[in-house]
Design a protein around this ligand. Structure first.
Ligand SMILES: *Cc1c(COP(=O)(O)O)cnc(C)c1O
Length: 750
């Protein structure tokens, strides 16, 4: 496999008709004659932007044959050295290994300070050796560097795909050949390209190793990733953290076990509860009236309080073994709330032997000191005495993984052996026997990319861009003065430049911005890379203003202007600053929001500004943007929907049967469809999840209370009035009865 990584030459004379220009072009030609691409530029330009080019190059040649440098004027020489130093520093901030050569006519290394020299691979003196000789030397170093890049599995896979051997094994498309036999197949082939299809092989290929037994290059890659993430054990998973969570659970939980779970957990954890037959005891997170989920208070984690909850639980209290098998916490909520993991470990070491942090949104935290102890597993972190620590991470959400790329990290403890063989039995229960090799390769590469210093630089860049976005939004706000503008949820104090300190991002007791009330000192922080944008109309106490802009309107508008956000709430939506962020992306968002404001203030007709939406829902054709917002806002306000939603999530959910038993009713069809009006007191057989916020509300086996039924009635009413803005409730089934739509939920038969 050949990769394209040019050698970059920076020389102000690269295009000049003088001796120096002649010399450097001779070197460039000699390199090209060896079959290696050269990119020549005449200045550094913007240093840090240029330094980002390190990812595309195989070596740098920096010329110091500069008139300034040769001028004999000390200040001018100093300027050249300074520029050189900053450039080399920028490169080394991201890349410790790429070869950098200096190239000069008259100057020698004695003119360059040591701190720069130590970062270099050589100093080339023009005219001392032939260009051909110098070229070969540089190419050798560049190739040696490229050879170190590919991590084990990706290396083996590219080697295999390039090998061109005929295969008799599956997949049936045989390296893509099957696609070529049909016109639509040709299209598919042209779209995805040959390599993806050549690399789509099955596990009969011995030389690539086995994901399911963790052997060969796959195992080497998992070990490499374990080293990079500072885990004792690491497993790649090719069907998402949804599956990683079930694997962790199935390896330690069985029927009738008590488990302690964040009420705001991802639905895969609820699926795990159903599949294992566990009895869940929930820890309840705080919520503010924006609908943002806050931390579970520290008090709830104390063993005595967990025991109290168990004693108060209708089934858990009858279980003989009251020691919970596992604790699962959502570590980084949608909105970026994080816990101090060491505090939780200290409280629960030995009390619960499996401490599981669902870090689907947090794989980046191990690579920047900014996050300190606010993530599960990292360099130099102490072990528990008796408890194993697990972290499950969606490589694809914040790092450079293909969709479904995920990993499980384990930290051993002092007294309990993590049994890899037993664990792998659970791993197999949830794995396909035909894993997708491109996903494995992306797990491998995503991990290798995070190796410091490169990984640290990437995380720092996304943090800095996230802060720049927040600063830009504040600046717009200041310029509009008393006029309205969007706010970004977070602490009032924003560092003037750069990253600031972790201290600035702590969620502190009594601060009004978060609305979570009294919180323990030093227990929670906000991850700035999650940016929740608040639209006008609702304050943190749940009070509606006279006018407002529901977030659903803004995000529809953004979508029609090419900006797609991650999640939409009532008066908030959120975006993420992943390592794929660019300045262009967030600046486009800021401009699109400016356009929205302008169109809103002018009450622009919807047919003009939301043509696609209006085409689908012609009832809005003659309405203005402001009118639409007013109508929606009035309805939310009339039903006091912010408080209703908060109360609903914090209301008492009384379990009437184990989730697994409720599911058994479903499997045996001992259920009936109950219309909304008759739901109060009934036991749900399905998971009920409103979008937004996409957090499960009622779990199989729990009874509907009045607050929840009121909410469902509101949703029904609302959906009638505002087609296109429906509150989507997963679990709610719409059926036509006598020409009318009736909403039902599957409940256990009475
Ligand atoms: C997305 C998510 C998951 C599931 O991850 P996938 O990789 O999409 O399967 C699990 N937990 C949390 C908290 C998530 O946000």
């Amino acid at each position: 496999m050949r990769f394209r990584f040019p050698i970059v030459i920076i020389d102000e004379d690269f295009r000049s008709e003088n001796a120096s220009g002649f010399g450097i072009r001779a070197l460039a030609k000699a390199i090209e004659d060896e079959g290696v691409e050269v990119m020549g530029v005449t200045s550094y330009g913007d240093l840090s932007t240029f330094a980002q080019q390190q990812s595309r190059a195989s070596a740098f040649i920096l010329s110091i044959d500069d008139e300034e440098f040769n001028s004999g004027v000390p200040e001018e020489e100093l300027h050249v050295v300074r520029q050189l130093r900053s450039f080399v520093k920028e490169i080394r901030f991201r890349n410790a290994d790429i070869p950098i050569f200096l190239y000069g006519e008259t100057r020698t290394s004695s003119h360059i300070p040591n701190d720069v020299l130590k970062e270099l691979h050589g100093f080339i003196h023009m005219f001392e050796d032939t260009p051909e000789f110098v070229a070969r030397h540089i190419i050798r170093e560049a190739r040696a560097y490229l050879d170190t890049l590919a991590p084990p599995f990706f290396r083996a896979l590219t080697g295999y795909a390039a090998d061109g051997s005929y295969s008799w094994h599956c997949p049936g498309h045989s390296g893509g050949v099957a696609f070529l036999k049909s016109p639509v197949g040709q299209m598919f082939h042209q779209f995805f390209g040959e390599n993806l299809l050549r690399a789509d092989v099955c596990n009969a290929v011995e030389e690539l190793g086995q994901l399911l037994d963790h052997t060969g290059p796959v195992a080497a890659s998992e070990r490499n990733a374990a080293r990079i993430f500072h885990a004792d054990h690491l497993y790649f998973v090719t069907n998402g953290t949804s599956t990683s969570n079930k694997m962790v659970w199935h390896s330690v939980v069985s029927s009738g076990d008590i488990v302690v779970v964040d009420r705001n957990c991802h639905k895969s954890i609820l699926h795990a509860i159903i599949m294992t037959g566990a009895i869940p005891v929930f820890l309840t997170p705080t919520r503010n009236h924006f609908g943002i989920i806050g931390p579970i208070p520290l008090e709830e984690f104390k063993p005595e309080n967990i025991q109290k909850k168990i004693e108060a639980h209708p089934f858990a209290r009858h279980v003989k073994n009251k020691k919970p098998r596992i604790l699962t916490i959502t570590q980084s909520t949608y909105d970026g709330v994080l816990y101090n993991v060491e505090t939780i470990k200290e409280l629960l070491d030995g009390e619960i032997e499996n401490l599981h942090f669902d870090e689907a949104w947090l794989p980046h935290a191990a690579f920047h000191e900014f996050y300190g102890d606010y993530h599960a597993i990292g360099e130099g972190r102490p072990r528990c005495k008796k408890s194993l620590v697990y972290s499950t991470q969606s490589t694809h959400k914040l790092l450079a993984g293909l969709s479904q790329a995920s990993q499980i990290l384990v930290q051993d403890c002092e007294e309990q052996r993590f049994d890899r063989d037993v664990f792998n039995e659970a791993y197999l229960m949830h794995s396909s026997t035909s894993p997708q090799y491109a996903i494995i390769a992306s797990c491998d590469v995503a991990a290798a990319m995070m190796e410091p210093p490169g990984g640290t630089a990437l995380v720092e860049e996304s943090l800095v861009e996230a802060l720049n976005f927040r600063r830009a939004m504040r600046k717009v706000d200041e310029e509009w003065g008393s006029d309205w503008w969007f706010k970004v949820w977070g602490p009032d104090h924003l560092p003037e430049e750069g990253l600031g300190r972790r201290e600035d991002w702590m969620i502190k007791k009594g601060d009004r911005w978060h609305g979570f009330g009294d919180l323990a000192e030093g227990f929670n922080m906000l991850d700035p890379i999650k940016a929740t944008v608040i639209t006008p109309g609702l304050d943190v106490d749940g009070d509606f203003a006279d006018w407002g802009i529901p977030a659903g309107v803004v995000t529809k508008y953004l979508a029609e202007h090419g900006v797609v956000v991650e999640k939409t709430g009532l008066y908030s939506f959120f975006i993420m600053f992943t390592i794929g962020i660019t300045k262009g992306r967030w600046n486009t968002l800021v401009t699109a929001l400016q356009q929205f404001k302008d169109d809103y203030d002018k009450n622009q007709p919807l047919w003009r500004i939301l043509p696609e939406f209006v085409a689908k829902h012609p009832v809005y054709e003659r309405m203005g943007l402001k009118d639409l917002c007013r109508k929606l806002h009035d309805m939310y306000k009339q039903y006091d929907i912010a408080r209703l939603t908060t109360e609903m999530y914090l209301s008492d959910m009384v379990p009437a049967m184990r989730p697994a038993d409720a599911w058994a009713k479903m499997a045996h069809r001992e259920i009936e469809r109950v219309p909304i009006d008759d739901l109060e007191g009934r036991i749900t057989a399905s998971l009920v999840t409103p979008y937004p916020p996409g957090i499960p509300l009622l779990i199989p086996g729990e009874r509907f209370n009045k607050t929840i039924v009121d909410y469902l009635k509101f949703a029904r009413e609302f959906n009638k009035h505002f087609p296109g803005f429906e509150t989507d409730i997963h679990g709610l089934v719409a059926e036509e009865v006598n020409g009318k739509i009736v909403y039902h939920i599957d409940c256990v038969k009475d």
